[in-house]
Design a protein around this ligand. Structure first.
Ligand code: SF4
Length: 493
């Protein structure tokens, strides 16, 4: 066997794609930094891991900063020998593979290995994750009676103190993990061969995002242009890969008889010939569904795996901010209201109170991708029954400005196959852009607000609050401008 040291995370990298591991070990310079959303996910994982330790309280922790890995392995050994029943981050090495076990607990019939994940269900990759840990611990001579995955129970609703036993679900994976042991040996052998040689000749494929988004996509995907068959709207992933594997990458390469629906036809035609699609009768039909006074609403939300306040389930969207532009009549003055909750507090009730104050009953409310806004309002109505009537009035009077773009009643090549406001806005209103703002997208707004209370400097906090307000305000102003564009196109003055 070829000797090559691997950590568990490297094993999982190699399992996803040999090249992903090879690049990680040989071309760290190409590794992409996690974006705000990915970083938030990592941070959530750390918080959830720490909290899950309370399922088995009183254990000893092998701290990451405590010496090198050999020291950690030795300390784990010492703790086991001294009769400690629970160890967090217990560290082992066998066959050149290093693993740190989230929770190792000694039960009546032997040791139990618990891997903690912040997901709400067991995924295929979790079996691989636990299987390689079992391989190492078993090989190290430990009697493992049970292997399990601890994950978030999405049905838990917090009332009062956090109930750790309800927050987490434990799934026993022992049987499958034992069955997978031969596979682990084979995988290790293959991975080791691949890391020894030259860069593996592996093309891009569905594995680039399954089970994780690869952090070398800039490097491997550089031959894919900004607009390609991968942007072809509403085409199933498997179909895109079928095309790619036939060497069809750009719209130009598509065979003439390739079956496209009308939206896809428009997209291809717009891209190849610069044709602008504007179905005036359909847009007019949409515009006639609107009425004044007209309110433009946009929420910003964040999610937390660990419910922070009463009545919350894990990962439910918690609104903390909204922007509201409104016009009493079509030629009336454009007015603006906004709300941003105080950081570190439960934002929901104060937001609800202000929202029902700011939006009267029986008015037309426009959102962009209203499914999201409606979902937030329904949750709030459930959580605050005193305001449910008014909230559901707003909900029921909501219309979606995204509708004409989703159906491609209007389509320009600058929209790059997307109907997201981030593409539609620069295509229709080039002067208005998110680029000059400090906060440029929703994920960044969420993580900024979720950690705002940790910033001690008041002035800095205030500055960040202003950045959040500016971002959300642009979202509704963008809607106003997009609507104006549609109106002036259909009813030119
Ligand atoms: S981008 Fe795809 S092909 Fe490239 S290393 Fe990652 S998974 Fe492998």
């Amino acid at each position: 066997m070829i000797e090559s040291k691997l950590s568990k995370s490297q094993y999982l990298r190699g399992l996803q794609c040999h090249k992903k591991l090879w690049l990680y070990r040989n071309r760290k310079d190409l590794l992409e930094e996690p974006d705000a959303a990915q970083q938030a996910l990592f941070d959530t994982g750390t918080d959830v891991g720490l909290l899950a330790q309370q399922l088995f309280p009183g254990g000893e922790e092998i701290r990451f900063e405590e010496g090198n890995f050999d020291d950690k392995i030795q300390r784990t050994k010492d703790l086991i020998e001294s009769g400690v029943k629970t160890i967090y981050e217990a560290t082992f090495k066998y066959d050149g593979v290093l693993v740190m076990v989230d929770i190792l607990h000694k039960g009546r019939s032997g040791w139990q290995l618990y891997e903690v994940k912040s997901s709400t269900q067991v995924k295929d990759v979790h079996y691989d994750d636990v299987a390689v840990q079992y391989y190492v611990l078993n090989g190290s001579g430990l009697n493992i009676a049970k292997t399990a995955l601890v994950h978030i129970n999405s049905q838990y609703v917090r009332e009062g103190e956090l109930d750790i036993k309800q927050l987490f679900a434990i799934e026993d994976l022992t049987e499958s993990v034992l069955e997978q042991q031969d596979e682990v040996v084979e995988t290790l052998e293959l991975i080791r061969v691949s890391v020894q040689g030259e860069e593996p000749d592996i093309d891009i494929g569905p594995h680039c995002s399954d089970p994780y988004e690869c952090d070398f996509t800039d490097y491997c995907w550089k031959h894919i242009p900004e607009v390609s068959i991968f942007n072809l709207s509403r085409l199933r992933g498997s179909k895109k890969w079928e095309l790619y594997n036939q060497g069809i990458i750009e719209f130009n390469d598509l065979p003439d008889d390739y079956p496209l629906n009308s939206a896809q036809e428009k997209q291809v035609e717009a891209h190849l010939n610069g044709t602008e699609f504007l179905d005036k009768p359909e847009i007019e039909k949409f515009l006639k569904t609107l009425s004044y006074p007209l309110y433009f609403l946009d929420f910003e939300t964040y999610q937390s795996a660990i419910p922070q306040f009463d009545g919350l389930r894990p990962y439910v969207q918690i609104p903390f901010q909204y922007s509201l532009h409104f016009q009493i009549n079509e030629n009336g003055k454009l007015e603006h209201k906004e709300f941003l909750a105080m950081e570190g507090e439960d934002p929901r009730e104060s937001l609800v109170k202000k929202l029902v104050e700011d939006i009267p009953r029986d008015v037309c409310v426009l959102a962009y991708n209203m499914g999201f806004e409606k979902g937030v309002i329904r949750n709030l109505a459930e959580q605050f029954p005193n305001y449910a009537d008014h909230l559901m009035d707003i909900h029921d009077n909501m219309l979606d400005l995204m509708a004409p773009f989703r159906s491609k009643d209007i389509y320009l090549k600058e929209m790059k196959g997307s109907y997201s406001i981030k593409y539609v806005l620069p295509a229709l209103v080039p002067g208005l852009s998110y680029q000059d703002l400090k906060i440029k997208e929703g994920g960044q707004a969420s993580s900024t607000y979720a950690t705002l209370h940790l910033i001690e400097d008041e002035k800095e906090r205030e500055e960040i609050r202003q950045n959040l307000l500016a971002y959300c305000k642009l979202d509704t102003l963008a809607m106003v401008k997009i609507l104006k564009f549609l109106q002036s196109t259909v009813f030119p003055r």
